[in-house]
Ligand binder design. Structure first.
Ligand code: CS2
Length: 490
């Protein structure tokens, strides 16, 4: 194909949905972490909001590390294609809500300048679990987090998301400008409350004068975000070009389902995100727990077991009859740890999850989901396992999932091929299990990984035995046999 690169809407095929609102208006949002998920989720809701109710909410993106998003989006004036892939085919639309992306390591003054502009009303984040610097042991700030440690050691340094937020709030206050709302869009429980706590602790350590201002004037609504979004591939770019008629190096692909539940607590106003289907509630917690335990917990289980069993994609897992049965079991076990979720029929939600995982048009890698396990396990598997233990519910689903994680962190496939865990605690884990090969010792050592498994679990013989038995099977007979055995027990 010899089409031109996406830059002007005039070059986009007329049949493709594209923004008609004024893209030159104010940028009410600064978003930190412009990855595929943001482009398939919040940016789309914002596109819908501006389409329906007008502008002023253009997004200025900030990348804390990689220039990749800026390199793809900036030459396209922020425009990109969203491909929605369902069993019935792929559709495309061009999203216009992102104006440009600033790369913090190139010049931290630029993101800071965007954050302190009067027109900035919301600072939102998708920086993944590990970006927050949450110490799992204390629930407070991890002062060894590299970017946070750098920012705390030197007041001139701004490397972490917390550093940008606190510095910007300080400058705004000094200039007599109102603060902004800080909106976490990551898969952490009570993400707004956690972020508030971390911001306050960071501010107390670096800039005490700003603490009471943050306490009294800044809001941190919690949100539940959901849309399965695999990393873009060459096929994403090729399909986008075929559908819109321009080359697009920033295209993303996603599933038809999308959900966003938000606490309505915005200090400087917000876009009409309801236009895209966002739901505003008083308390997001029940929805977050539902999603983290039923969707993400099952995702983690199927990613570890599936990866070791040789499944590259989630959709392959779902055609493996025995493993698909364990997916069902996990979803149902997780649902039994929940209190009622207002307006949600959990049985229907469970059916929908199975359908979403099985979507044959989405190539979602098990290896992608497997990354950062130490950051994901607490809210996805550990919390519901503790509830199950307390309530006398079966532990099988969680014990199998955690055993699969323990098998995964050995870092070697059954063929002997090595892989990287892509986990911030990878080196620590390798050291911890160095030289041990029997299931009992591996379980003991990994259960002792600081901060990950609380006393309720490490002190339970029942839990330890349930995990050990499964890991033993995985090591002695292989993951396939372990899956078959587990599934036959159902
Ligand atoms: C996945 C999530 O990579 C992962 O850990 O479980 O990214 C999942 O796809 C999203 O939370 C779905 O909303």
């Amino acid at each position: 194909m010899s089409s031109r690169r996406l830059k002007y809407l005039s070059a986009v095929a007329k049949s493709v949905r594209q923004p008609r609102y004024d893209r030159n208006g104010a940028s009410g949002i600064v978003h930190i972490g412009v990855g595929a998920f943001h482009k398939a989720h919040q940016a789309v809701y914002t596109d819908d909001a501006m389409e329906k109710s007008g502008g002023g909410w253009m997004i200025t993106g900030v990348s804390l590390r990689s220039p990749e998003a800026a390199d793809a989006l900036n030459p396209q004036k922020g425009l990109y294609t969203l491909l929605t892939r369902g069993p019935e085919g792929t559709s495309a639309r061009v999203v216009g809500s992102i104006r440009r992306v600033l790369v913090a390591p190139n010049d931290p003054d630029l993101p800071l300048a965007a954050l302190v502009k009067a027109e900035t009303k919301i600072v939102s984040l998708t920086i993944t679990e590990k970006g927050y610097g949450l110490d799992p042991k204390t629930g407070g700030l991890d002062r060894n987090h590299p970017a946070i440690a750098a920012d705390l050691a030197d007041r001139e340094s701004i490397q972490s998301a917390l550093g940008f937020i606190v510095s910007a709030l300080h400058v705004r206050k000094a200039a007599g400008l109102p603060p902004f709302t800080v909106l976490s869009c990551d898969n952490l429980p009570s993400n707004g409350k956690v972020l508030r706590r971390l911001v306050l602790e960071f501010a107390a350590a670096r800039d005490r004068a700003i603490v009471s201002h943050i306490e009294n004037e800044v809001s941190f609504p919690s949100t539940m975000v959901d849309r399965i979004t695999p990393a873009s591939t060459d096929k994403t770019f090729a399909d986008a070009e075929a559908l819109i008629g321009c080359k697009d190096k920033a295209a993303v692909e996603t599933e038809p389902f999308s959900q966003w539940i938000i606490e309505d607590d915005f200090v400087g106003g917000r876009p009409d995100w309801e236009a895209g289907g966002a739901v505003f509630v008083k308390d997001v917690a029940p929805y977050e727990k539902m999603k983290l335990r039923m969707l993400n917990g099952t995702h983690s289980m199927l990613a570890y077991a599936g990866f070791i069993a040789g499944h590259q994609y989630v959709r392959d897992v779902m055609t493996d009859i025995a493993l698909a049965r364990l997916v069902r079991r996990h979803i149902e076990a997780a649902s039994r740890t929940l209190d009622p979720v207002p307006g949600v029929d959990l049985a229907r939600y469970a059916d929908e999850l199975v359908e979403r995982f099985a979507n044959p048009a989405i190539a979602h890698q098990t290896y992608q989901i497997a990354m950062d396990g130490t950051q994901k396990l607490p809210q996805r598997l550990v919390e519901p396992a503790i509830i199950a233990l307390k309530r006398g519910l079966p532990l099988d689903a969680y014990a199998f999932a955690v055993a699969a994680w323990m098998r995964y962190v050995l870092g070697t496939k059954e063929s002997g091929e090595k892989y990287s865990l892509r986990d911030p605690r990878e080196a620590e884990i390798a050291k911890l299990i160095d030289g041990v090969s029997d299931a009992g010792s591996i379980v003991d050592r990994l259960l002792g990984l600081s901060g990950l498994f609380p006393e309720e679990l490490t002190g339970s013989e029942k839990w330890r035995g349930a995990v050990k038995g499964r890991l033993e099977m995985m090591l002695a007979k292989g993951m396939r046999a372990a899956i078959e055995k587990e599934s036959a027990g159902q």
